[in-house]
Design a protein around this ligand. Structure first.
Ligand code: ASP
Ligand code: MG
Length: 454
């Protein structure tokens, strides 16, 4: 048995969705599908939260836009008028509830994280209903089960939940496993689970990959497949390096480093649950389903140059906090980081020296973090400064720390591109080396590194 995850990028437009349905019917019998919302729907649901907070009159049109998108697809995909009408009724019940939640937000003037999670979970609920009913309409033995009925249990942290694997495994063993037969196609919505207290809690944006990994690990399936509309992990972003090639095998470590570093193939947390159960992840291209794709597995398959990929993330900002004796003063790092994360700002990474702590942020977050540090009492630092428009480059390959000369070759390649490195970090990872350059220098740095190593 497999768990197969299909992302929103593949649930976009009538012809693409029809193609996916065909693939599911052809290859999906006996397997479990974890789905994202239709393309763009989570954003619309979230925008609806802010709009309904301000303006009650827009609520019907928010609902209508999302509803029409689903009905339009349903009209194309359902085999008969009768099936279409039944589906319409079924999803309209959900739209009635959703509309009430939006009015609730307007009425209470409160868009709590709890309410945001409830509302955004509708994207996945609806896509699963639509896909299962469309296959049923074609005569397939297709069903769905919602996370609350399956028993995907979370720690209750709104917007950033983690699954309780033990409880989830026990539950799915009882709820999902007995449902599976050789010809059944079972759908489960990704992105959310239910806390012990019964609250809908999402795994964060892009979290359906993680959901699929949770289901795969809970049921100890043979493999987790991620269906995408791209080939798999590449040796660099082909938009920057046209001759970048597909990486056919990666270790768990390499895949998570690449995911964290900005390769938008996989949500960074996906590896965590499957790794413990030693389940491989296969990235498959829905546009070329028999193509090789990328396989993520325990054992690294070394390549002669050690380095497999040069990944990058743009729009990175650094907040440099200067204080003397960082390494001698107990708790300074925790107090500064705590102040930032208490305000809900994500710190991407931290690099410290004895005189300076550098925090990495997404560009949009840095000014807020800076203000928080500057308004701290008592003040723990001497001064602070912000550096914007940087890009984070990561050079990834398992074992790079055991190979002499990799760092030297890396910095030679950067120097040859006539680029200055702003900050270096040898993380605790066995598989990655990170550094920052100016965003303007990004492309030539990557091209030079790729030429050098790959
Ligand atoms: N629909 C959610 C999002 O857009 C989860 C996912 O697609 O993975 O973030
Ligand atoms: Mg995704």
């Amino acid at each position: 048995m497999k768990v197969i995850k299909i992302g929103g990028g593949c649930l976009k437009g009538e012809s693409v969705v029809a193609n996916i349905l065909g693939l599911i019917a052809e290859r999906g019998r006996g397997h479990i599908f974890v789905l994202s919302a239709l393309y763009g729907i989570t954003d619309k649901l979230m925008d609806g939260v802010w709009t309904s907070l301000k303006d009650e009159e827009q609520i019907p049109s928010i609902i209508n836009e999302i509803r029409q998108e689903h009905l339009f697809l349903a009209r194309v995909l359902m085999e008969s008028e009768m099936d279409f009408n039944a589906l319409k009724q079924e999803i309209d019940n959900h739209f009635i509830t959703l509309e009430r939640y939006y009015y609730g937000i307007n009425f209470t003037r409160e868009a709590t994280p709890r309410m945001q999670d409830i509302i955004t979970s509708y994207g996945e609920r609806l896509s699963v209903i639509l896909m299962a009913r469309a296959l049923e309409s074609r005569g397939e033995n297709a069903h769905f089960i919602m996370p609350q009925d399956a028993g995907i249990v979370t720690d209750g942290r709104f917007g950033d939940a983690t699954a309780n694997m033990q409880a989830t495994s026990e539950n799915l063993g009882k709820t999902v496993k007995p449902l599976m037969t050789h010809d059944k196609i079972l759908f489960i919505p990704g992105f959310f689970g239910i806390s012990a207290a019964g609250e809908v809690t999402t795994f964060g944006r892009g979290g359906s990959d993680y959901s699929a990994a949770v289901v795969a690990a809970a049921l100890k399936v043979d493999i987790l497949e991620i269906w995408k509309d791209t080939e798999g992990f590449m040796s660099a972003d082909p938009a920057v390096v046209p001759r970048a090639n597909l990486i056919s095998v990666l270790s768990y470590e390499e895949a998570s480093e690449l995911a964290y570093a900005g390769a938008s193939i996989l949500h960074p947390r996906t590896v965590e649950p499957v790794r413990k159960s030693d389940i491989n992840i296969a990235i498959k291209n829905t546009l070329d389903p028999d193509g090789p794709g990328s396989l993520i597995t325990e054992k690294a398959v070394p390549v002669p140059g050690v380095i497999k990929s040069i990944s990058h993330a743009r729009d990175i900002a650094v907040l440099k906090v200067y204080a003397s004796g960082v390494g001698l003063r107990q708790g300074i790092l925790a107090r500064i980081a705590g102040r930032i994360s208490d305000a809900g700002i994500n710190i991407k990474s931290v690099v410290t020296s004895q005189t300076c702590i550098s925090f990495l942020f997404a560009g949009k977050d840095v000014d807020k973090a800076h203000n928080l540090i500057e308004s701290m009492h008592p003040r723990l630092h001497r001064e602070s400064e912000v550096l914007k428009d940087s890009a984070l480059i990561s050079v990834v390959g398992d074992g790079l720390h055991n190979h002499r000369g990799i760092a030297a070759r890396c910095f030679t390649a950067v120097a040859q591109a006539d680029v200055n490195i702003e900050m270096i970090s040898f993380g605790p990872s066995r598989a990655a080396l990170y550094f920052l350059v100016r965003e303007d220098d990004l492309e030539r740095t990557i091209i030079s590194l790729h030429d050098h190593f790959v």
